[in-house]
Design a protein. Structure first.
Length: 293
């Protein structure tokens, strides 16, 4: 069993690179209706909350309101814009497979969609999290370069045993990243834009810390997958992500080997603090406690 919990090859009916046919014709109207409900909700809540690059991507790909997009259709436009394409997978795939797809400008998207009774949270990334959350940003050339560089970096990190550090970079940028703009803080992370509650929480709730992005700091900061974030990292522009990829990661990994983690709700002296969270949330251990509190 490898570190990511996968052992052996793909399940029956899944290709060696873990892709499957999307089978767009096989989606039921009920499944399209789930997409429409989620799309309508998010399109409303993301006005003045998502960054311009995301909103432009949503329009460019016309992730249309009439249901789950056909990957073949959005790939025509996506490939023209940045050379990326979306490939269908049954769910989470092994890390090495995931990185190989990203390194070749293929974004693996869950083929299934969540059930009507799990609109607000689900364990595995489904087609709404992946295609609505991640794909619009791939229409931005600079972000598209970053994602490919991330895939190549992931392949190297696997070889160096530094995947945990690199996964934090993905988590605090691609999944839960915020951006400072002249109009104020905006969201670009897929985990936030695909969640109605977190789209509001990430920008407006006083409880989490919001700290200026620093590569080494992010790589020393663990994260939780089952609750709102207790810290968000803020980039000044998408170009910052591109500069990250030009860093010498081996020297960085050396330093990280000797440096310990930084507590998820901690603030350290070197931090560029944009908003200091109310510790009530952090100490209480998350949303459920604070909701009860
Ligand atoms: N597989 N389909 C899929 N989607 C992901 O986001 C994903 C994955 N496998 C591994 C993975 N993410 C993470 O472990 C890496 O980001 C480190
Ligand atoms: Fe994701």
């Amino acid at each position: 069993m490898s570190a990511d919990g996968f052992s052996g090859g793909p399940p029956p009916g899944v290709r060696p690179d873990w892709t499957i046919d999307q089978g767009w014709d096989s989606y039921s109207q009920a499944e399209h209706d789930v997409w429409i409900t989620l799309y309508e909700r998010q399109a409303k809540v993301l006005q003045n909350r998502a960054c311009d690059e995301f909103l432009r991507g949503l329009d460019a790909l016309d992730l249309h309101r009439t249901g789950i997009p056909d990957f073949n259709r959005i790939n025509d436009e996506l490939q023209r814009l940045t050379g990326w394409s979306v490939v269908a997978v049954p769910g989470l795939v092994p890390d090495d497979v995931f990185f190989d797809h990203l390194a070749n400008r293929r974004f693996p998207a869950g083929q299934f969609i969540r059930k009507p009774n799990e609109l607000d949270y689900l364990q595995e990334p489904d087609v709404f999290h992946d295609v609505f959350g991640h794909v619009p940003m791939l229409t931005d050339p600079v972000f598209a370069d970053y994602m490919q560089a991330y895939g190549k970096g992931g392949q190297r990190a696997l070889g160096l045993g530094r995947l945990a550090n690199l996964a934090r970079l993905y988590w605090y940028t691609v999944e839960f990243g915020l951006m400072a703009t002249p109009a104020g803080l905006r969201i670009y992370g897929a985990g936030i834009v695909s969640s109605r509650t977190e789209s509001i929480f990430a920008l407006e709730d006083p409880s989490p810390n919001r700290i200026g992005f620093d590569l080494e700091r992010v790589m020393r900061t663990p994260y939780r997958i089952d609750d709102f974030q207790q810290v968000y990292f803020v980039i000044p522009s998408i170009q910052t992500l591109q500069e990250v990829t030009l860093r010498d990661f081996s020297a960085l990994y050396e330093r990280l080997a000797g440096a310990g983690d930084i507590g998820i709700a901690e603030i350290v002296s070197a931090d560029q603090v944009l908003t200091r969270g109310t510790q009530a949330y952090a100490n209480a251990g998350g949303r459920l406690a604070s909701a009860a509190g």
